[in-house]
Ligand binder design. Sequence first.
Ligand code: HPA
Ligand code: ZN
Length: 396
Amino acid sequence: MSPVPWIFSGSSRFASSDRETKTHPLLPGPPTSSLTDRFGQTQIEKKIYERGSTPAFARIGSMNLTGLIARIPKAELHLHIEGTLEPEMMMQLARRNGIELAYASVEDIRRAYDFTDLQSFLDIYYAGAQVLIREQDFYDLTWAYLERAASDNVRHVEIFFDPQTHTDRGISFSTVIDGICGALQDGETRLGITYRLIMCFLRHLSADAAMQTLEDSLSYRDRIHAVGLDSSELGHPPSKFVQVFDRARSEGYLTVAHAGEEGPPDYIWQALDALKVERIDHGVRCLEDPALVQRLVDKQTPLTVCPLSNVKLRVFDTLEDHNLKRLLDAGICATVNSDDPAYFGGYIGENFLRVQQALDLNADDILSLARNAFAASFLSGRDKRRYTAEIDQAAH
Ligand code: HPA
Ligand code: ZN
């Protein structure tokens, strides 16, 4: 097999026309005054006091927040399974499949993970995924993620996979989905982690290619719960995929989409209005548009926020600049997730811990984030209530 065109020469499987220069650098967020206009101090205070006469943050000291984060049941709603490929496994699979990597060691691979924006990450991420060839590879990848998730007390996962990343290089749809679902099934049996599978379309490719992928997926309809939209955001607005999402909904799929990670608030509006999504993946740029914030609050449309990802891909300069706390205080149903943890430096537990420290989140913030994730999930109402009761127990 030929060497993987992997990082070394700057070569990419994307034509340069698919690349977009980042023209909308993200501001840390609107000035507090614009938030206070809409969600003034009294409303925020009201929210805090509505939570109970003795707020959890008054009862749980900051020393114990680490313990609280460790023991709360978690749901992960924004996780690309290809983004859990740790350098160690990348080396092992390359060896097992006779693929030549351009890097001699795990350390060399890790050193390359110095991203300037989403595209610089995606180039490396798609190249890395080329070591995934056989059903067993997809099984091993997914199983390794589930074991890590179990150690973070993750109880439910809704994971993304990108069939086009694999079918475009000759790997069959069934190889990919059989491997992933085999591990998910074993994870439910052996680790007690429930799951849903979400198929993402690569937005830098054509709407026709997405439609073909949707048609190919119908043979596996019973295993796929929802469809999503990922990859290069700028220049590939949600509106490009209206017909694909209309068809997906007519086939009974639920819908989600990445929007407002690097793209403008208008892409979030399009995802809501044109694609009719149940959740927005990322969505952090919503705070630039007060009317959009109002809409997200009114409808309680969840955002699957990924703090460490946002810093690694320079959406925010530092974790201290992240707007997660402001999203929560605005009344948005925000959740914490890990996105591509092998590339971004931490799984969900690490995301919770680091963002708690950086933003000085209190116990009520942590509990809200955990409850929001189950509320935002595709679980049944009964399961949501069961997990929420467990979170309430963990608070005491
Ligand atoms: N954004 C868009 N596409 C992706 C991401 C992301 O954060 N991770 C994997 N594919
Ligand atoms: Zn993502």
